[in-house]
Design a protein around this ligand. Structure first.
Ligand code: HEM
Length: 218
């Protein structure tokens, strides 16, 4: 792909194959195919809480950053939604029994490291999660509502509901425009693409650990 290719296209192509792997991972297929109990969804949602806490806890500083700043949009914030979902799914004491799996701890630590030291690398993580949540996340929401009888767009699936994003297609277009305008030289672009691949690999690693914990009934 030539260097003149818009960055939004480059990052999408660089992660396309890994996207298919994540989408078709055993854990996702089994969970969304109805082969696992609701506890798999609880466990997965709990892991997301650590990941979004890492993504969002440095927003005050990142919003002032010339590179990452334009990506920091309050309507994307998911931590409070996850907390509401977890309180509904597990109960008011949800935090007490919640531990990060090793893959979650490594993923959250890497996000935090980028958020602290490398704003351009942080964007790779931001893209991987929020653009995915605005896209395939909607498939996951609909399936979870049906499988576990959760209220439509209500507690339990609020993580997938972006009330502040009126038109997701327009939002994604604008987001891709921000990616395309990033003032990065060729070497830095390459490094950010690598970080995007790393972000996808870290999601797949989490799915593998979840698959070990929740083997589908034979
Ligand atoms: C885009 C489905 C899992 C990250 C998309 C799109 C679909 C989709 C249909 C295209 C939307 C569009 O063109 O506007 C799914 C389904 C999944 C899943 C059904 C699981 C069952 C994931 C995971 C990640 C992810 C685990 C990463 C953590 C992304 C990203 C995009 C995307 C970053 C935006 C690609 C781009 O346009 O640049 N997903 N996805 N997805 N997905 Fe997923």
């Amino acid at each position: 792909m030539s260097e003149a290719t818009p960055f939004s296209k480059q990052i999408r192509s660089a992660t396309e194959q890994q996207h298919a792997e994540a989408e078709n991972s055993r854990f996702m297929s089994d969970m969304l195919g109805g082969a696992l109990g609701v506890d798999s969804y609880h466990r997965y949602t709990g892991q997301l809480w650590f990941i979004y806490r890492a993504l969002e806890s440095r927003w005050d500083t990142l919003s002032e950053d010339p590179i990452a700043g334009p990506f920091i949009r309050p309507e994307l914030a998911r931590t409070a939604e996850l907390e509401r979902d977890l309180a509904h799914l597990i109960g008011p004491d949800w935090r007490a029994g919640l531990e990060p799996l090793p893959a979650t701890a490594a993923y959250s630590a890497r996000i935090d490291e980028c958020a602290r030291d490398w704003p351009a690398g942080y964007i790779a993580h931001h893209y991987t999660r929020y653009l995915g949540d605005l896209s395939g996340g909607q498939v996951i929401r609909g399936t979870a509502e049906k499988l576990w009888n959760l209220p439509h767009r209500g507690d339990g699936v609020r993580f997938y509901v972006f009330d502040g994003v009126g038109n997701p297609a327009a939002f994604k277009r604008e987001y891709r425009g921000l990616l395309d305008q990033l003032p990065l030289d060729d070497l830095e672009r390459r490094r950010v693409l690598d970080e995007g691949q790393r972000a996808f690999a870290m999601n797949t690693a989490l799915f593998q650990e979840l698959a070990q914990e929740f083997p589908a009934a034979q």
